[in-house]
Ligand binder design. Sequence first.
Ligand SMILES: NC(=O)c1ccc[n+]([C@@H]2O[C@H](COP(=O)([O-])OP(=O)(O)OC[C@H]3O[C@@H](n4cnc5c(N)ncnc54)[C@H](OP(=O)(O)O)[C@@H]3O)[C@@H](O)[C@H]2O)c1
Length: 343
Amino acid sequence: MISVGIIGGSGYTGKKLVQFCNSHPFVAELKVYGNSTAGQNLYDLFPEFNNIVNNSIINSIDNLSEHDVYFIALPHGEALKIVPQLINKGKKVIDLGGDYRLDSKDEYELWYGKKHTSPELLNSKIYGLADYQRLDYSTTDLIANPGCYPTATILSLLPFVDSFVDDILTVSTVAYSGTSGAGKSPKQELLMSEMHGNVSAYSLNKHRHQPEILQMLRTFEFDSPFSFSTHLLPIAVGIYATTSIHLKNIISENEIIGKYKSFYSNSPFVRIREVPPQLNWVVDTNFCDINISVKDKVLIITSAIDNLIKGASGQAIQNMNILFGWDETLSLLNNGVKNVSVY
Ligand SMILES: NC(=O)c1ccc[n+]([C@@H]2O[C@H](COP(=O)([O-])OP(=O)(O)OC[C@H]3O[C@@H](n4cnc5c(N)ncnc54)[C@H](OP(=O)(O)O)[C@@H]3O)[C@@H](O)[C@H]2O)c1
């Protein structure tokens, strides 16, 4: 049994972590830490947790207790202030933010506009794409949990890049997110009156998830042109990614689907679908649903996830399960996720 600290447990992804940890069979103790909400009662913030979560005090991030594992669900830059001291104490850390995802300090400073103060951890961390079964977690105490768009995009591309990287001419991903992807702090452009009935692209050619996706693809010697465009949908939860790949040669759809099924044969949370997935099939779950469609030399891959679960907290719990050598589905299947439908 372990003790867990959720730093940023008062935010959107933190709330999901509380929910999953609370129903986890090996989590004996759970403490929530917040910033502006420190000292408040969790039930005041999330009344849904009344009679469900026992320990309801939100503790201050400045006064961390001893835990076996810490989830960090803070805005980028904030993990840099906390993670090194936890790692030095020999603790396990799973960071949901972007501070440790990129391998290069220079890339981090370029894309995040901040100085990286613990670059040595960029090399020792594992980029925790949990459904990529070839990762070895025994070498690290720090898991950098992938971003939401990268999870949907990379999972949908990896098997193809793994088998057919030399057949690729260009890759173009067009992705869509619900507004919870931006966290809980108020922003004018996310008001109902701005969003309702509206769609727009944003951060074109400068989204921080682009280098994260490319970093992973490059480990498969991918070096083709790649474009990544992100859009905001007037929905609360979900990521939908549609990727078009132009090929040098014709490859049969059956051959590609066969590679995907084999690549994910041991991944309980990836489902290869016969038709393009719908967000409704994955919202409130830790699944990533993928469909493959080929005509002539054009391959179109669609994928869908819940950004707060598979794209953040669900994957983080899956990573904790793997880190401790438990069944990776613990607390993520049949755990009553839909009983507390919140984001
Ligand atoms: N939302 C998503 O879909 C998603 C997906 C993947 C990864 N992520 C990443 O996960 C992290 C958390 O995202 P979120 O959506 O849960 O954010 P959020 O809803 O805005 O919650 C942020 C949390 O961080 C705390 N916090 C805010 N400002 C802080 C500061 N200056 N110093 C210390 N703590 C501070 C807040 O505490 P108080 O409430 O007490 O102020 C809250 O607990 C981010 O790095 C984000 O990029 C998010």
